[in-house]
Design a protein around this ligand. Sequence first.
Ligand code: PLP
Length: 424
Amino acid sequence: MPKLLDKANYLDKHDPLQAYRKQFHIPLDEKGSPKIYFCGNSLGLQPKEATLYLDEALHKWKTQAVEGHFNEPAPWLSYHKQLKASLAHITGSLTEEVVSMNNLSSNLHLMMVSFYRPSPQRYKIMLEAGAFPSDQYAVESQVRYHGYTPEDAIIEVTPNAGEETLRLDDILQKIQEHSHELALVLFPGVQYYSGQYLDIQKITEAAHLAGAYAGFDLAHTVGNIPLELHKWNVDFAVWCSYKYLNSGPGNNGGAFVHERYAAAKELPRFAGWWGHQEEERFQMKKGFKPMYGVDGWQLSNVNILSTSVQRYALEMIAEAGMHNLRQKSISLTAFLEECIQAADPQSQHVHIITPAAPEERGCQLSLSVPHEGKKLFERLTEAGIVTDWREPRVIRVAPTPLYNTFREVYRFYEILNSTLYASE
Ligand SMILES: *Cc1c(COP(=O)(O)O)cnc(C)c1O
């Protein structure tokens, strides 16, 4: 298929973001050639300069020890502020609405303490069926904690018979149907399994009309799709940083709380000393006074070593710009789709479950391969293409705009083509 190859070469040559690839460590195969890494949805690659601020922090620790909390550069006492500008860009938020802290699941619990406040009439939570397990467990345990049963208190939205993704209208309608009893609506931006991107603004609007709070798990959305969390009026959101934010395994997650709660002292919350007003924190006084904004939800002093790595990774994304990333991403993923269709024109082997409309997906395509899917996945792995396998039949392929190329997508096509051809 020289036409596809020409196209790949042309698009790479005119890629305005091409300089970023060189700034990443790409894992190598046994022969020393770079692998084709389509797994940034699971763990983003390491920026070569990831140690820039880490070295600075280690040096400060070595030479200043405890005084590093107060001394320049980047005093540890307020280190989380170093990440605010880039996080605000990535999530479309005000700086006081975003913070890097804890991990996604812990943040989800903290947010539900404040935003899941069931009453006898209004105690239900709506989420998508087949939500990421951590979200399911968090929600189940929260409803139990308040004395309800998951069977009664959790409403799941399921795709229609014979369909694999949700219809936005069904979600909106279901929210309306349950408007008398809904306390919280909790959805992903991009769904981790199907790669479907849901309209956060519309879901938020519907939730608010129903008298419920709207929260989002943005694990697969941050760094993938430009967001406008502030403008969309989202109540809260949480995410992790090791997927599209390239911050390294298990690095801090993040949280968004809308500005309208910035001074909402009456919201119940689980407090810790790092959420207490900065000026008074070290007076060690009785009586919690939350900081303004989402900072008031912080519990513990910041893990400077991991946060410093995240700081670099986020600045890189903000510098590239979410809108530029999205533009390339749309075209990279469309090219992947084109390649899959070229290899399997009748969708006999591979069925893409991710929606075809660009506004309903991010970079990831989820390929349902009912017949010998695992074998195809293994064949890709042997050929140095890193994707992931999700039981029972899905291969997730996520070309990311910051470090993947069109030529790599073409290589995927070659392997897919030869594997499908060989199995006939
Ligand atoms: C990756 C992911 C998580 C991970 O949670 P951690 O607390 O960071 O371990 C949670 N939810 C979703 C939807 C995810 O994709």
